[in-house]
Design a protein. Structure first.
Length: 284
């Protein structure tokens, strides 16, 4: 069931990227980096070569190069995501033969294309997968010229946008560069939004009941700290736990029933690694 969920969301994410590419970015020649951006540039010179087919060929070639130079460090989910993205774009090209964009406004196409594509890629990345492409090039560049992967990825995408400017003009090149920069921002927001949890601290004389509810009903861990009240000077306990938003709602309703005077602090946590959540390797 877990594997089905992961591959379902990877497919959903790649579908969003494919739709954004087909109906917004590609028809307006906005090559927002990556293998897809490079495929858009090549397709403009050789229209008989489908963008999906081009990206599939390039991704296949890059995977072979990656296996040769940096070893088999790419999981099945990344291979599936890259093939799915290329395949979905190829299918859309075959089903919708016209190359008419939803809008001819470059600004709208760049913004909405990047938002939809960024959301899709964020969903894929949240499943510990990647769409391949320039990620692979960046890893190879990073290995041979000792540049951090983040900077090498930006460098590779910048070169693609430079080709876009040379191929389609400086205006479209600038929109392509804007899309590259904005895309990373959207991806970060999506990943953070999907992974936000609640960090909760509770001070209550009913901490035993609350602890039992957390460990028994919610099946989450918690930690109890011994403390001393600053005003009363009495010994007390602080219960600490991290829950999903839905679990926190259930906990809050339970605390209302057992102690309406409980003192609770709540904060957002952007990422949680450890038992019950994802470990450092990214598996749940």
């Amino acid at each position: 069931m877990k594997k089905f969920r992961e591959y379902f969301f990877i497919t959903l994410g790649t579908l969003m990227v494919a739709l954004a590419t087909k109906f917004l970015l590609a028809p307006n020649k906005v090559a927002a980096g990556g293998v897809i951006g490079l495929a858009i540039i090549i397709n403009s010179f050789f229209p008989f070569l489908d963008i999906g087919l081009l990206s599939l060929i390039m991704n296949g070639f890059l995977f072979i190069v990656a296996f040769i130079f940096i070893g088999s460090k790419f999981g099945g989910k990344t291979i599936y995501a890259s093939i799915s993205l290329s395949g979905l774009i190829w299918i859309l090209d075959k089903v919708v033969t016209s190359n008419i964009p939803i809008t001819n406004d470059l600004f709208l196409a760049s913004i909405f294309g990047t938002i939809i594509s960024g959301i899709g890629m964020g969903i894929v990345f949240n499943q510990n997968a990647s769409t391949g492409g320039t990620d692979i090039i960046a890893k190879i560049v990073s290995k041979f010229i000792d540049v951090p992967i983040g900077k090498s990825l930006l460098m590779v995408d910048f070169i693609i946008t430079l080709f876009s400017a040379l191929s389609f003009g400086i205006e479209i090149g600038m929109y392509s560069l804007l899309s590259v920069l904005f895309n990373g921002f959207v991806i970060d927001i999506i990943i953070e939004g999907l992974n936000v949890c609640k960090q909760i601290m509770v001070v209550s004389p009913e901490n035993d009941q609350i602890r039992t509810f957390i460990t028994g009903e919610l099946e989450r861990g918690c930690t109890i700290f011994t403390a001393k009240g600053g005003y009363t000077g009495n010994d007390t306990y602080i219960l600490y736990t991290v829950l999903s938003r839905r679990e926190f709602i259930r906990l809050k309703e339970f605390i209302k029933q057992v102690d309406k005077k409980a003192f609770i602090t709540v904060g957002d946590v952007r990422e949680v690694l450890g038992e019950g959540f994802k470990n450092i390797s990214g598996e749940e």
